[in-house]
Design a protein around this ligand. Sequence first.
Ligand code: AP5
Length: 216
Amino acid sequence: MRLVILGPPGAGKGTQAASIVDTFNVVHISTGDIFRENIKNDTPLGKKAKSYMDRGELVPDELVNDLVVDRLQKPDVENGFLLDGFPRTVNQAVALDAALEQMGTKLDRVINIVVASDLLIDRAVGRRVCPTCGRTYHIKNQKPAVEGKCDDDGASLIQRDDDTEETVKKRIDVYERQTSPLIDYYKAQGLLLDIDGSKDIDVVFEDIRAGLDKEA
Ligand code: AP5
């Protein structure tokens, strides 16, 4: 299955992606994770991306499109993929469509996670992540067994640099202006699966699973 997961910052895309890739046996491709890994490793791409990310702005399309198109050529993608955080502009969506067409394939579904803005701020500001394995927690909704430590590897949890209230508000604004037009773009293609992301994590996943099973 070839999937995109769409939704504003803090909607739960990464949280749901973890369950979706396990259940549907597809590869998770998160552009945010790819950029954060490059920042951690101090690569030229990471250096370029960091200033945009810290300001809550989008990294320019020309830095993102080739990266994703290259990733989609890798053999592990053959069984399907879940794109998380890409596309984020209509330009990126057009580039994705063109790349898939060249590969002789196309998207099956676009999961659109819908959550109100006040919840988004609380979720993103309260998020904590494991710097070693990337697992996501929340100070209220998804606590680790031992406060501040990852359940899987015991590493000390950190807060993402772009999860301050001010930057989250900026990211939501950027989403509204630059990414939300993709909802109509994919609706017009008959691909959109709207999901109420304000419910509990497990319930949201069951709704996604039911929606994807129905279409499969
Ligand atoms: P990216 O990493 O993609 O961030 P984002 O889209 O802003 O999304 P988040 O990771 O903040 O949220 P999420 O929806 O994954 O929520 P999560 O599951 O963690 O991008 C970061 C930056 O990189 C961008 O700002 C941009 O600069 C750059 N970038 C990336 N891709 C780009 C592209 N294609 N083009 C240009 N620039 C790009 O959940 C959040 C919290 O809520 C967690 O703590 C979780 O535990 C909790 N939670 C989740 N679901 C629930 C629930 N149902 N109930 C209660 N709590 C929940």
